[in-house]
Structures are given as structure tokens and as C-alpha cells.
Write a protein that binds this ligand. Structure first.
Ligand code: HEC
Ligand code: HEC
Length: 202
């Protein structure tokens, strides 16, 4: 007898629950993150890109995204881009000789190093890397030559360093970087560990 009552009660509860569910409908517009008509993009606009407007020398540093990540540019780059072969405004303030006096972070030693082995073809037709003949181009993986100017591979700063737009994020990035050394959310040491995990015996 008791069991029948419980069963009846449960059936009634389920019926009420299902009736409640049946009333809930979702419009197509509510499905996506954009909350706009999925069939027409005419009135859909993305978030406005808002780069920092603070002039160099007055901006706030942005913490590195992960160990040895290229730091974001915290200041306005108005009038500094594009970088051309005859005009690199970035170097004017970030070259080690001047950076300190301007309170700007100096370009690191990695940018003053040539990591590319000098590749050529020897007289016997064999490939040479830094003057030595090799059987395969992968036989010499590591090369590191100090330069007294910024490496050509690092000349185009904006290829790796970008400003950060301040927009409202629909999906927050919850990534939290683990830095192996204190202070590395604000500085880099790539030169010290660039060969980590590389077999340099080759
Ligand atoms: C007029 C001098 C000046 C110029 C030109 C300049 N910067 Fe800067 N930069 C600074 C200063 C000063 C800072 C430190 C933050 C501040 O005080 O605004 C800085 C900070 C930075 C940082 C952050 C460094 C860190 O440690 O987090 C990066 C990256 C950067 N600049 C890249 C660039 C790039 C790329 C260009 C060229 C498009 C450039 N800067 C042009 C002066 C300059
Ligand atoms: C090929 C990518 C690349 C290019 C091009 C490049 N950088 Fe970097 N930059 C990095 C990376 C990666 C780091 C962090 C690791 C390291 O120290 O090398 C960095 C670090 C820096 C730092 C922080 C140094 C420190 O001690 O914390 C500054 C300042 C900087 N770069 C400025 C520049 C400027 C100015 C240029 C153009 C002349 C430039 N970079 C070109 C990738 C690049």
C-alpha cells in the first residue's frame, strides 16, 4: 500500500517536472555567444578593438603570458608602424644602449644572437653548415653567434610583439602560467635555456 503511494507521488512529481520543461523554449538567437540572428550577419558587429592609448613612458607593463613569452606592447604604437628597413622606431628606445635611460626594457640577448647556422654548398657539392660539411641539413641543429646589432630575424618587432586590446571577453581565459623563477612574469631568460631538451651532441 505504502509503496503504491510513493510510486503515485513520484509519477505526479515527474509529470509536473516535465510540464515545466516543456514550456522552456530557446530561440536560435540565444544559442550562440553573439546572441544575434544566426541567419543574417548584417547587424552583427564584433567588439571594438581598443588598443592602449598611453604614450610610451606612461603605460603599465603587462605580465608575460607564460615563461619567455614575447611581452605584449603596453604603450600606444601610433606613428611607430610600419617598421621599414630604414625606419625602426622600436629600436630607437629599446636598443640596449639607450633603453635604460628611457626606462624601457632593453631588447634581450636572444635578439642580438644569430641562431641560424650559415648554410651553403661546399666544393664537393655537399651541404655545409657554419663551414662544416654535413650529410643531412638536420645534422647541425644548434648554432649561436653573438652579434653586435639586432639579428635580422628579430628586426620586425611587430611580428612577435603585439599590443593588447581591452575588450569585454565573452569567454574568460583562465590559463594561469607557472613561472619556474621568481620575477619571470616580468622578465625573460631565453638565452639561458634555449637549448633545453635539444641534443647538442650532434
Ligand atoms: C619613445 C620610446 C619608445 C618607442 C619608440 C617604443 N617603445 Fe616600447 N616601451 C617604451 C617604454 C618606456 C616602455 C616601458 C613601459 C612604459 O613606460 O610605457 C616600453 C615597453 C615595451 C614593451 C614591454 C616590455 C616588458 O618588459 O614587458 C614592449 C614589448 C615594447 N615596448 C615593444 C615596443 C615595440 C615593438 C615598439 C615599436 C613598434 C616600441 N616598443 C616602441 C618606450 C618605447
Ligand atoms: C621572432 C619573434 C620576435 C621578434 C621579431 C622580436 N621579439 Fe622581442 N621577444 C621575443 C620573445 C620570444 C621574447 C622573450 C624571450 C627572450 O628573451 O627572447 C622577447 C623579449 C623581448 C623583450 C623583453 C626583454 C626582457 O629582458 O624581458 C623586449 C623589450 C623585446 N623583446 C623587444 C623587441 C623589439 C624592440 C623587437 C624589434 C627590434 C623585437 N623584440 C623583436 C620575440 C621576438
Amino acid at each position: 500500500m505504502k509503496l503504491t503511494k510513493i510510486a503515485l507521488g513520484l509519477t505526479a512529481a515527474a509529470a509536473i517536472f516535465m510540464a515545466g520543461c516543456a514550456e522552456k523554449t530557446y530561440t536560435e538567437e540565444s544559442l550562440g555567444l553573439r546572441k544575434t540572428d544566426l541567419y543574417s550577419e548584417n547587424t552583427t558587429t564584433g567588439d571594438e578593438t581598443k588598443y592602449a592609448t598611453a604614450a610610451a613612458g606612461t603605460s603599465q607593463y603587462i605580465n608575460r603570458a607564460f615563461e619567455n613569452a614575447p611581452p605584449m606592447i603596453p604603450h600606444s604604437v601610433d606613428g611607430m608602424l610600419p617598421i621599414t628597413i630604414s625606419n625602426n622606431a622600436c629600436l630607437g628606445c629599446h636598443e640596449p644602449a639607450v633603453a635604460k635611460s628611457l626606462n624601457a626594457t632593453a631588447i634581450p640577448t636572444s635578439h642580438l644572437t644569430d641562431y641560424r647556422p650559415n648554410t651553403g654548398i661546399g666544393q664537393n657539392g655537399k651541404i655545409t653548415k657554419d663551414g662544416a660539411a654535413v650529410d643531412n641539413t638536420s645534422d647541425k641543429l644548434v648554432s649561436s653567434k653573438k652579434l653586435n646589432q639586432v639579428s635580422g630575424a628579430r628586426f620586425n618587432c611587430s611580428q612577435c610583439h603585439a599590443p593588447q586590446s581591452q575588450g569585454a571577453l565573452v569567454v574568460e581565459n583562465e590559463f594561469e602560467a607557472d613561472f619556474r623563477k621568481d620575477g619571470h612574469s616580468r622578465a625573460s631568460n631565453l638565452v639561458d635555456n634555449i637549448n633545453e631538451g635539444v641534443n647538442t651532441l650532434k
